[in-house]
Design a protein around this ligand. Sequence first.
Ligand code: MRU
Length: 353
Amino acid sequence: MPGESSFAPEPGDSVFFEADSLCLIDQTALPTETVVLHLKTPEETACAIRRLAVRGAMAIAVAGAYGVLLGALAEAGGDAASMKNAARDSIRVIGASRPTARNLFWALERMGDALEEGDDDPSLLLERLRERADEIALETIEKNRLLVGAGQEVVSEKASVLTHCNSGALAALRYGSALGVIIEAHRKGKDVHVYVDETRPLLQGSRLTAWELDREGVPFTLIPDNAAGFVMKQGLVDLVITGADRIASNGDTANKIGTYSLAVLSRAHGIPFYIAAPGSTVDWDAAGAADIVIEERGPEELITCGDKVVAPEGTSVYNPAFDITTADYIEGIITEKGVLRRPYGESLKALLE
Ligand code: MRU
């Protein structure tokens, strides 16, 4: 494999590339086991994304980028044309894995651009793809580092924060996004307590967010999703922060199913509701909610719980993986360029500069 990686993995990184393999912490095995998967093909990459072995908008973007590199590597030794075809096929296969997170397509488009830029020498082409994938990983990490710093302005010295799904290092590489803001507040010595929504049906809150907070020593309490309103009513929540999978150019935001309910509940209880996401989450071609495709997942996620069947055979199921919170419910969008405020049509443009 030509070219040295400029993305040097650190212990605990959820996605990295090593010795011609895409390495992922298998997020389906947590919190009981830490298993690292070693993937060799774009098909395996797409499958890992689809079954949520790697999940979270930014983690799947970085995994997707290296998955394209795997496709080109399979043609190493051949000519540039076959390598490019393999990379283009990989972009198609990985792009068909999950539709909602903008970051995945941001990364795949950049890998596609790298195919067309510069020399057609096969080893230079491979080097370019490797460099581009590393760049995507490093940029993701750096933007999140800035974002978690910028988010400190919304977290007071003493704060009780509610969050949903998982938006920490597992989902967003090293610093995380929404959960990263909360963990950074704790590291800075703020007196932070977190209410963690368990996040049905796949339990990213209890399996992953609770695991990350526990390792960081951040005090937290796990709640069923449907307790959020009651917990707010009891005055136990000062603010809500969640991540985002796609933000339309007017600020309408797709995130894990249940986020919209939290935003409405926050409004009803006078609690500020924030989104945290870097610029790579913004879909400039989406004018608003209607332009965002929401992934629907299979019925088995609802009719079974672990190995147990929990609904009658033949039950009709609707299982959207994400929902959309319209911009008017969002108090601020925490980004690498600071906390953006309404109207988002205007303020989001700061991310383009
Ligand atoms: O289905 P998932 O677990 O991939 O959903 C992830 C989320 O909804 C996160 O909140 C989102 O990706 C933001 S964190 C990078």
